[in-house]
Write a protein that binds this ligand. Structure first.
Ligand code: WTA
Length: 651
C-alpha cells in the first residue's frame, strides 16, 4: 500500500524555481539508465576538457575482471575546472567563506581570484619539494583554507592527495602515510576546535618516527604556537608560498588518473584506500551538488562535514567549486561556544543550502528549540542529511524547527566508495518521507537482492541487501595497491553487482529505506530486524537522546536485542523508565522488537567523526571484551570501561 499521507510534497513555489520537477526527473532518469553513454556523454561536457573524450563508459562488474573507466581518453585538469574556468566571470566572487572556530575571529571571504593565487603558489611549493605527477601527498590539516589550497594544488600538478582527518592519532596517520607511500605530509602547528587545541605538528612528528626518513613535512603555521622543528625535513608552507610564483600551469591529466585516495574502515581488516579518479568523479560530484541541493548561481552552500571525510571532499570542495559556488568551510563544532553556533553561522553568512549529519541534529535537539529560534534562518532553501539513517524524530525537528516547514529535506544515501549521492530526493521533484532517502540519482540502478540466495527481488515492495546493477561515473575504481581486495569486498558476494554492505527496504511507492549495515542486522527468533529501526523507536521517546542497538546471544531466541540508551540531560534513569521504554518499543514496532536488555549509557563509543562504533557495543553485548580490538580511534575511549562495568554481565 502506498503511504502518500506520510509524504511531504515540494511546494509549487519551490518547484517553479527549481532545476527540475517530477516529470523532468522521471524523464532524465529514464534516459540516464536506458542510454547511459548518451546521457553521461552529455553530462561530462559540463566540465572543461583539454582533450575531449570519445569514450564515455567502459565498465564491467564481472568478478575476476572488474574494471571501471569513464571518459577514459579525455584529458582535463580538476583544479582548472574548479578555479581557472570561473575566473573570467567570477574572479571577485567569494569561492570560500572561512568561518573560524572562535566566533570572535572575523570570517575570511576568499574570492576565486585569491583562491587561484593561493593554489598556484601552493602548487609551486609542492613542485619545489620534489612532488611530481602521481606522487602521494598526505594532508593532515584542520578545517582551514590551506586544506582546500593543498587539495587543489595537488590536483593542479597531478599529485594524489590523501587526507587524514585531524582527529586521527599518530599511529593512524603513520599507517596511511606508509600505505599510500606518500612523499610529503602537510600539517599545521595546532588545530583549534571547540575551544580546544590538537597539537597536529607533534602528532605528525610522532607519526613520522614510523615512516621513511625521506618524507618531507610541510607545516602551515596556523595558530603561531611554538612547535618543534626538524631542520632539513620541516618546511614553512606560508613562507614558501609568499616567495613562490602565483602562476603554475595546470597539468593535463587523463580522466582516469587518480585524484585522491581516502582511507575508510570496513567491517574487517585495516582501512582501505579508496581510489577516486578525475573526470568521472568531478562530473558526478558537480552534477549531484547541482541537482540534489538545487544549487543555483549565487547561492551560499554549507556542508558541515570535515574535509577528512568523503562528504567534505565532494560537497565542500569539488562539487561546489566545480559549479562556481560559494562554499563555507567551518573550523568549529556545532556546540561551541553554544548549541546555537550552526544557526548563528547560517544567519551570518545567509546560507542557502545546509548539509549536516543526523547525529549532529540529535545532539542539538537535546538542547531544545531556543538556540535555533534565536536566529534568522530565512535564507535557508534546502536542508540535507548524510551518514546514517535519520530517525523520523530528528527529521521532523529539522523540518519543523530549522526549516520552518518550508525547506525540503534531502536525505542523501551514499558512501566513501560511491563518490557522490546515489539515493536522494531532488528537492523540487520528489516528495519526501521522514527516514527515506527516496529515489535514485541519474544513472544509478539500485537493486535489492535476497541476502541468502543473492536473487534480485523484482517486486516493488522488497527487502534485502542493497546493490548497484551498473556503474556511475563517481564510483571508486580500486583499493589503493590492492585491486584484489576491491573485487573481493564489493563484487564477490553477489556476482555481477556492486554490493553496498547496507540493508534496504523498498516500499510500495518504490522509495528506498536504508536499514543500516547488514552486519548490524540481527535475527531475533528467526525475524530479521534492522537495529536502526529499534534505535529510531527508542529515540522517538521524549526521554531518550540517543540509542544504539546490537544483537547478543540469547538462549531461546538465537539473538536478543541489547539496547544502549543515552537519556536526555534532564532525565533520571530508573527501572520504571526502562519498563516504559520496553512498552514504547513494543507499541512502536511490535513485540519482537522489545529490547531484551536496556543499559543506561551516559556515553556511547564514537569515532571522532561521530559514528558509533558498533563493533565495540557488540563485543560488550556478547561478553567478548577480551578481544575488543583497536579502540584508539574513539573520541573518548573511557566510555568503554563504563559500559563494560554496567553491562548485562556485570549487573
Ligand atoms: C551510511 C558517508 C542511511 C550507510 C557519505 C553507508 C546512510 C555508510 C546514509 C557510508 C543515509 C550514509 N541514510 N545510511 N542517508 N548515508 N549512510 O563511507 O550505512 O562514511 O554504507 O560515507 O553510511 O559511510 P561513509
Amino acid at each position: 500500500m502506498s503511504d502518500e499521507t506520510l509524504m511531504t510534497k515540494p511546494s509549487p513555489a519551490f518547484t517553479a524555481s527549481a532545476h527540475i520537477d517530477r516529470a523532468g526527473y522521471d524523464e532524465m532518469y529514464a534516459r540516464s539508465v536506458s542510454d547511459p553513454v548518451g546521457f553521461w556523454g552529455e553530462m561530462g561536457k559540463t566540465l572543461d576538457w583539454i582533450t575531449p573524450y570519445t569514450q564515455v563508459k567502459n565498465t564491467t562488474f564481472d568478478f575476476g575482471r572488474v574494471d571501471i573507466q569513464w571518459y577514459s581518453d579525455g584529458v582535463l585538469n580538476v583544479s582548472a575546472n574548479c578555479i581557472d574556468r570561473h575566473l573570467p566571470k567570477r574572479s571577485l566572487q567569494t569561492a570560500i567563506i572561512f568561518e573560524p572556530d572562535d566566533p570572535e575571529t572575523p570570517a575570511q571571504h576568499i574570492t576565486y581570484k585569491e583562491l587561484s593565487d593561493k593554489v598556484n603558489r601552493f602548487a609551486n611549493v609542492l613542485l619545489s619539494q620534489g612532488v611530481m605527477r602521481g606522487d602521494r601527498v598526505v594532508i593532515y590539516l584542520p578545517m582551514i583554507p590551506e586544506a582546500a589550497y593543498a587539495m587543489l594544488a595537488c590536483a593542479r600538478i597531478g599529485a594524489i592527495h590523501s587526507i587524514v582527518f585531524a582527529g586521527f592519532s599518530p599511529d593512524a596517520l603513520a599507517n596511511r602515510i606508509n600505505d599510500s607511500g606518500a612523499k610529503v605530509v602537510i600539517t599545521a602547528d595546532h588545530a583549534p576546535r571547540g575551544g580546544r587545541s590538537t597539537p597536529l605538528k607533534s602528532n605528525t612528528d610522532a607519526a613520522l618516527l614510523h615512516c621513511s626518513d625521506k618524507v618531507r613535512c610541510l607545516v602551515v603555521k596556523h595558530t603561531g604556537e611554538q612547535t618543534s622543528w626538524v631542520q632539513g625535513r620541516d618546511v614553512d608552507v606560508k613562507y614558501l608560498m609568499e616567495h613562490a610564483s602565483p602562476e603554475c600551469p595546470p597539468r593535463p591529466m587523463n580522466a582516469e588518473d587518480p585524484l585522491f585516495v581516502l582511507y575508510t574502515s570496513g567491517s574487517t581488516g585495516k582501512p582501505k584506500g579508496v581510489v577516486h579518479t578525475s573526470g568521472g568523479y568531478l562530473t558526478y560530484a558537480a552534477l549531484t551538488h547541482k541537482y540534489v541541493f538545487d544549487y543555483h548561481d549565487g547561492d551560499v552552500f554549507w556542508c558541515t562535514a570535515d574535509v577528512g571525510w568523503v562528504t567534505g571532499h565532494s560537497y565542500i570542495i569539488y562539487g561546489p567549486l566545480a559549479n562556481g559556488a560559494t562554499t563555507v568551510m567551518f573550523e568549529g563544532v556545532p556546540t561551541y561556544p553554544d548549541a546555537g553556533r550552526f544557526w548563528q553561522v547560517c544567519e551570518k553568512h545567509k546560507v542557502n543550502q545546509f548539509y549536516t549529519a543526523p547525529t549532529a541534529l540529535r545532539a542539538l535537539m537535546a538542547h531544545g528549540n531556543a538556540p535555533v529560534e534565536k536566529y534568522d534562518l530565512s535564507s535557508i532553501k534546502v536542508l540535507g542529511t548524510v551518514g546514517e539513517p535519520i530517525n523520523p524524530e530528528a527529521w521532523n525537528w529539522y523540518n519543523d524547527v530549522v526549516g520552518k516547514g518550508k525547506a525540503p529535506i534531502v536525505d542523501t544515501w551514499w558512501q566513501t566508495e560511491t563518490g557522490g549521492h546515489l539515493l536522494a530526493p531532488l528537492p523540487g521533484a520528489v516528495a519526501t518521507k521522514p527516514g527515506s532517502a527516496t529515489l535514485p540519482f541519474f544513472g544509478v540502478q539500485p537493486v535489492i537482492l535476497d541476502a541468502t540466495s543473492g536473487e534480485e527481488i523484482t517486486t516493488t515492495e522488497a527487502e534485502g541487501v542493497l546493490c548497484l546493477k551498473d556503474s556511475w561515473p563517481g564510483q571508486m575504481r580500486t583499493v589503493w595497491g590492492d585491486h584484489e581486495r576491491f573485487q573481493e569486498t564489493y563484487f564477490q558476494q553477489y556476482k555481477g553487482y556492486y554490493f553496498s554492505g547496507d540493508g534496504c527496504r523498498r516500499d510500495a511507492d518504490g522509495y528506498y529505506w536504508i536499514t543500516g549495515r547488514v552486519d548490524d542486522v540481527i535475527n531475533v527468533s528467526g525475524h530479521r530486524m534492522g537495529t536502526a529501526e529499534v534505535e529510531s523507536a527508542l529515540v522517538a521517546h521524549a526521554a531518550v537522546a540517543e540509542a544504539a542497538v546490537v544483537g547478543y546471544p540469547h538462549e531461546i531466541k538465537g539473538q536478543g536485542i541489547y539496547a544502549y540508551v543515552t537519556l536526555m540531560n534532564d532525565q533520571e534513569p530508573s527501572d520504571a523508565l526502562k519498563k516504559e521504554l520496553e512498552v514504547w518499543v513494543r507499541t512502536e514496532i511490535g513485540p519482537i522488537a522489545k529490547p531484551d536488555f536496556i543499559q543506561w549509557a551516559p556515553g556511547l563509543p564514537k569515532t571522532r567523526s561521530g559514528k558509533i562504533m558498533r563493533r565495540i557495543l557488540r563485543k560488550i553485548a556478547e561478553n567478548d571484551t577480551g578481544s575488543m580490538g583497536d579502540i584508539s580511534t574513539l573520541a573518548d575511549p573511557s566510555v568503554v570501561e563504563d559500559l563494560i562495568g554496567n553491562s548485562i554481565y556485570a549487573v
